[in-house]
Design a protein around this ligand. Structure first.
Ligand code: SF4
Length: 324
């Protein structure tokens, strides 16, 4: 897991160094292994929920913004259709959107569990989910352009592991759609085009620019996940992980909390609106975090999430499985 220092109250030095071998499904990177119960069906249920059941906090925000749009406007109509679509998907256990995205997992596991076994169960669940059409066959070999047909391949699904001291297993899954992923952007400050320096004012210019450049593409209303600092890779990872947090939840860092609220208001005042067709709802939320950087670098990474913010968490404690 990547700790989010400002969001979750972790100290920055709690951030784990992770073994790159863990990124390749099937690789064993831990020596102590005990037999693990088969949770394949539970992973499958997690995937189903992510695909078909938009989190309540996201649905609630869409509803709130729909009520603020002008009566009878295109913006209000789009948001109403989005909500209707979500209702139908939930009732029928069908994907909220045809692009079921990159499947990204963050797993916090107990001492003695096997990363290899967990990965194997996730892979099996992924194949089953594809057969059941909870997931579209969405994984393409980048050299041959052949679709693997089952959502499994190098880096698919993408699994982050973190061994923690807690007494339960936590599995967080995000289905990250491609259209919105294409709107992600990374800045390197200072930036002369934006006249952005290495401070929070410069960061704000980057976030505003990212929302402006998207122009409603990536299926707005979106949610902006922002990481200040880190290196090129970790910065993007943090900016994605911060999107696991609930919409509207206050940032524990007062400076970032104030900036999030200010940016949300500013971006929604420029009129891009749902799907770029005008209106007051361009983003549902801005969620920020920060990671330490080296003096030579100052990155600002923005992960753009579409309204189809599909994420759920599963926990397993003493064999009892629960979902959020
Ligand atoms: S950006 Fe999101 S809502 Fe739009 S097509 Fe992709 S997954 Fe679906």
């Amino acid at each position: 897991m990547i700790a989010l220092p400002w969001r979750n109250g972790f100290e920055a030095n709690n951030v784990d160094t992770r073994n790159p071998a863990c990124y390749n499904p099937g690789n064993e990177c831990q020596s102590m292994v005990e037999d693990m119960k088969d949770y394949t069906q539970d992973f499958l249920e997690l995937i189903r929920r992510c695909s078909a059941d938009l989190p309540k906090d996201v649905e609630g925000k869409i509803t709130d913004f729909m009520n603020q749009e002008e009566e009878g406007s295109t913006a209000q109509s789009i948001l109403r259709q989005i909500l209707k679509n979500c209702e139908m998907a939930r009732e029928r256990s069908m994907p909220i959107c045809q692009d079921t995205g990159t499947n990204v997992y963050w797993i916090d596991y107990l001492d003695g569990m096997s990363e290899k076994e967990i990965t194997e169960q996730i892979i099996e669940a992924t194949k089953l989910a594809t057969k059941k059409t909870y997931l579209r066959p969405n994984s393409v070999d980048s050299i041959t352009s052949k679709n693997t047909g089952n959502n499994v391949g190098v880096g698919h699904p993408y699994v982050h592991f973190h061994r923690w001291d807690d007494d339960y297993l936590r599995v967080r899954l995000m289905l990250k759609g491609g259209g919105s992923e294409n709107c992600g952007i990374q800045y390197k400050l200072p930036d002369s085009r934006l006249k952005a320096g290495r401070d929070l004012d410069g960061v704000a210019k980057c976030v505003r620019d990212a929302a402006f450049l998207a122009q409603g593409k990536g299926c707005s209303p979106g949610i902006l996940g922002v990481c200040i600092g880190g290196d090129r890779g970790s910065s993007y990872e943090y900016s994605k992980l911060v999107l696991m947090g609930k919409l509207g939840e206050a940032n524990q860092n007062p400076q970032l909390d104030g900036l999030e609220k200010k940016l949300l208001e500013e971006i929604n005042s420029i009129g891009i609106g749902p799907m770029g067709l005008g209106g007051k709802t361009t983003v549902l939320d801005v969620k920020m975090t920060a990671a330490n950087r080296i003096p030579a670098c100052y990155f600002v990474s923005v992960t753009y999430m579409c309204w189809a913010c599909r994420r759920h968490t599963m926990t397993i404690r003493d064999g009892v499985v629960e979902y959020d």
